[in-house]
Design a protein around this ligand. Sequence first.
Ligand SMILES: [Fe+2]
Length: 505
Amino acid sequence: MSPFTRAGLAAALTLAVALTGAEAGKKRVMPSPPPDDSHVVVITGYLVEEVATETVRAAWTQYGPGGVLEARVVVSGKTCPDIAFDLKRQPMQLRASADSGFLTVCSAPVPAGTKQAALAFRKFDNKPPKIGADETAWKTWIEKEYGSPIPTHPSAPVANEEWRQRIEAKTKYDLVPLPVPVADPQRIIIIGDGGCRSKGDKHQDCLKPEAWPFAQVAAEAAKLKPDLVIHVGDYVSREQACPANVAVCQNQPFGDNWAAWDADTFTPLKPLLAVAPVVFTRGNHEDCNREGLGFLRLLGPQPFDPKAGCIPHLPPYSVPFARLNLVVSDNADAPETSVVEPSVPVYRTEIANLANEKAPTWWVLHRPVWGLISGPLGVPIGGNQTLIAAVPESGIPAPVELMLSGHIHTFEAINYTPEPRVPPQILSGRGGDLMDPTPANLHGAIFQGSSGVHVKDGISVPEFGFSLMTRTEDGWRIDVYDGHGRIQRVCQFHNSRVDCPVAKR
Ligand SMILES: [Fe+2]
């Protein structure tokens, strides 16, 4: 290789690094077989793997502690793509490397005030040479692709810089738009418990929308173009291997791995993830005996450390908006039917600390403290014994004006008696998992434990669907949607009450 050619290829490498923004371009690596579905650019002696759009398996933005919005992507290669904020490109960071069960997860904080966010992929009009192609092939391709030959005097810095700028100006990108921060959400989708149940003797037919409608539910929710989505938890319900004698679940993924997460959550949620940022709540399916590690890896609010193992309980965090504060709690390890004594002081402190939050606060927690199901003779029964044991005698601190939950697969709107202080509860855990029977009228409910809390009035709508909360002059309107995008019930949340007076059919 002549010095001249060497310098020209160095410039080409500079181009590759500049275009990909990848540190990977700086290190010399041996050529290796390219991944099946990612794009590989090779400049003699160097290899730059570039993520292609088709390697992106899921992309979304999610709120974390302090209201920091984070972009995350799951890719099938090893390399993270670039992300552009208001047309300025930067590389995403590796959040979790691929392993035997999961794919690569990348992340990047989205600056507050960002107006546009998109994954950015270099697009070629001409197919690049294959690995091992000679220098002539690369020079020819660069000329053809960019219409600009490598400088004849590459040692001249000015010429190189001009050439680089000319090339950059001609570079095209595929962009995959991502939702941006929202300062003051007006339209909020509440959705949850979407997985396709396959466990024990309960097996939904995950291939039939009438049996498992989560994709349809999420698509209808996306059509409403919300500002924000609150997922109230439980992401994977295909938890056990399909028995040989059950036809409907044969050959489907299950357990804590990407295939099951993808089938139960990311593929059906895709249209909704494309339109609005999400607040993800940890559900009991994401406890450390079930899909906890997958949750921490994919959706956890903290950085993921594979060596740390599964963290059974995460501290609550707030997501402050202009006129609304969310506090997101993890209660995956708080069972309903028994009091887990070591957890009680932890939850007691967390509940007491709600007093320090900014009003109005909505408390987002997967398992409701006082949610209801149908008991014997249709009497509404419920209550989470561990959480009830942790609630102070005075009730839930005043900044909390609403509780938002899932876990019970239905819609519920509940007002409680005045003492102790308990704000209304909206429960909307009916994305796709098998419905729980609940009485239409929740008056006369019986709770476990001894919190002294009673239902003043409340209703349930036990159908698949989601809820849309829309800000009004004096509160919020709550549209209770079914999976076909039809409004089943309209509620109002104002004056510290939820009321659902109008039944629409
Ligand atoms: Fe649950």
